[in-house]
Design a protein around this ligand. Sequence first.
Ligand code: ZN
Length: 139
Amino acid sequence: MSVVYDTEHPIPMPPILWDNMGFWEGIKRHELVFQRCKQCGTWLHPPRPACPKCRSFEKEWAPSKGRGTVYSWVTYRNSPHPSFKAPYSVVLVELDEGVRLVSNMTGVKPEEIYIGMPVEVIFDDISENLTLPKFRKVG
Ligand code: ZN
């Protein structure tokens, strides 16, 4: 089940700052990108100034294949915000590149989600100013 937004309440926008701007610019053009260390190739998410493995400050925005598995999930039975209609599920997806991304599932009921479920990214154009990466079941 995907998140349903209440059009009478403003949608909470993600804070877009200098360090995560590349991620959100990628989402806007329907491309999932993550920081990758230019020195050792380690994928980084959330964005950070230095590579935790080799401490290099040299990074690039590299495209993800957008596939992974559900690492964990939670279903909200009560809405924490008037824009979100409960029940809805928040998933933590582990991408094949090794990074984890908090997102929503689409096309499945909360009780159908399980740890290890293979998923792929889709892009939901919520409004002119907001596109969100979400995941759907593969296979
Ligand atoms: Zn590195």
